[in-house]
Design a protein around this ligand. Structure first.
Ligand code: ZN
Ligand code: ZN
Length: 442
């Protein structure tokens, strides 16, 4: 599949929808920044632009981006987002407000950074009704071509729809210079797709939810490159970094064209979101998204293997109440979502108890899955987080006990059905899942 040719186009898909990819180009290569000025110059009504970076990303790429842009007739301004309590900025409403008031009016925003800077600029550009372009400084996450903003408003994590960027730029040098933890985190995030697409398929089979095979297959050609060559990612080899970066980019395209995070986010993401929410609730800190997601993906793959090996399933209904002691002040919010899920448990139990249905589902889900052993080996060889103790939680290695409680409870926070729910229905919680945690994540 020539994915690049699809950028900026609109096309009819076999899933029955018309897909439109708002991002027109991915410029990646040793000299890709040379394309920046011609790209900007070709945009109608753009006479000036505003570069937005933080101190680190300014040093990593901002300065050279500014030099390239100043070679033309454009007026180029810059805004450095200040640090948050001595650390990197965060994408929250206060930082956004400051950016909105302090940033000069501009025809075009250019974000120089990764997760936070990309989210902040996407947000502010959307509020001002202006286009934006990203110069990516790390292969760390799959939001570069996404229309969604992941932010925190009044302390609550929210995801809302804005406008995706016009183009993404980066070079092998910039990505190789990024802190390696960020790159390894990007690998964890993109590997989640191997289990999240099975979760998505599960929702189509069980509830008739919308599903798009095309968007699942967007990364198909790239996946073996990083899955089979993790040492090359660790050595920052250009071809491996390129595969990872391109896969992260198309992972965000998949979410944008389908209008859902389902192609890239399943049970493993619920575990990571729960870890984030608990840390925020307790005034602590959490690890990088992709590091948590990578570890949880190994467990999801292991759970799928166990569950799909069952010949004659016996279903039991999980508890009807959420665990108040576990969720604390988050209980009311989680209980709302969990109520929707309880109905689904009943429905799934009836449906999968019909003759033939379980066997058909097993065969179908098998197709996209990658063995847990392969995910584990890939992350370990890449020098990425692959054990519970690798996850930093409020300055300490995450305990197996806490992780196990998170695994048991995290599926309650969203109505979306995942392997965590199927495992709960099959009586895997808590003792058998704990055996799996010991076997795979220690
Ligand atoms: Zn489609
Ligand atoms: Zn993710």
């Amino acid at each position: 599949m020539n994915q690049m040719a699809l950028l900026g186009t609109s096309f009819a898909c076999d899933c029955g929808r018309q897909h439109r990819i708002p991002t027109r180009a991915l410029h990646y290569g040793p000299t890709s920044l040379e394309q920046l000025l011609p790209t900007v110059a070709a945009l109608p009504d753009v006479h000036n632009c505003l570069l937005v970076a933080d101190q680190r990303t300014w040093a990593a790429a901002g300065r050279q981006v500014e030099e390239k842009l100043r070679q033309g007739k454009l007026t180029v301004a810059r805004h450095i987002v200040s640090d948050h309590g001595g650390e990197s900025p965060v994408a929250d409403d206060r930082t956004k407000e400051r950016l909105l008031t302090e940033a000069p009016t501009t025809d075009l925003f250019i974000a120089v950074g990764s997760g936070v800077i990309n989210d902040l600029v996407k947000w502010v550009a959307f509020l001002r009704g202006k286009p934006y372009i990203v110069v990516a400084t790390a292969a760390s996450m799959n939001g570069y071509a996404s229309a969604n903003v992941a932010a925190s408003i009044d302390g609550l994590k929210v995801l809302f729809h804005a406008e995706a960027c016009l183009a993404v730029f980066s070079t092998p040098d910039i990505l190789a210079e990024a802190p390696y933890r960020l790159t390894a985190s990007g690998l964890g995030d993109v590997l989640a797709k191997t289990v999240s697409s099975a979760d998505w398929l599960l929702n189509r089979e069980l509830f008739g939810d919308y599903y798009c095979r095309f968007s699942v297959d967007l990364l198909k050609d790239l996946e073996p490159i990083y899955l089979n060559n993790p040492e090359q990612i660790r050595a920052r080899e250009p071809a491996a970094l390129q595969a990872l970066f391109t896969a992260l980019f198309f992972s965000s395209v998949a979410m944008t064209i389908t209008g859902t995070s389902a192609p890239a986010s399943g049970g493993e993401h619920l575990i990571s979101h729960t870890l984030d929410m608990l840390a925020d609730r307790d005034g602590g800190s959490h690890d990088l998204h992709g590091r948590q997601v990578g570890v949880a993906s190994i467990l999801m793959a292991a759970l799928y293997e166990e569950v799909l090996a069952i010949d004659t399933p016996r279903f039991e209904l999980p508890r009807t109440e959420v665990d108040e002691e576990f969720w604390g002040s988050l209980t009311p919010m989680v209980a709302d979502e969990y109520r929707k899920k309880l109905r689904r448990y009943q429905q799934v139990r009836e449906q999968l108890s019909q003759p033939g249905n379980w066997q058909a589902l097993r065969r179908l889900l098998q197709v996209d899955l990658v063995p847990a052993a392969q995910l584990k080996s890939c992350l370990a060889r890449a020098g990425a987080a692959h054990r519970v103790e690798d996850i930093d939680h409020s300055g300490r290695p995450l305990s197996r006990e806490k992780f196990s409680r998170v695994v048991r409870n995290s599926s309650q926070m969203r109505a979306r059905f995942t392997i965590l729910d199927l495992a709960a229905l099959l009586g895997y919680m808590p003792s058998r899942v704990e055996q799996l945690i010991d076997r795979w994540l220690s």
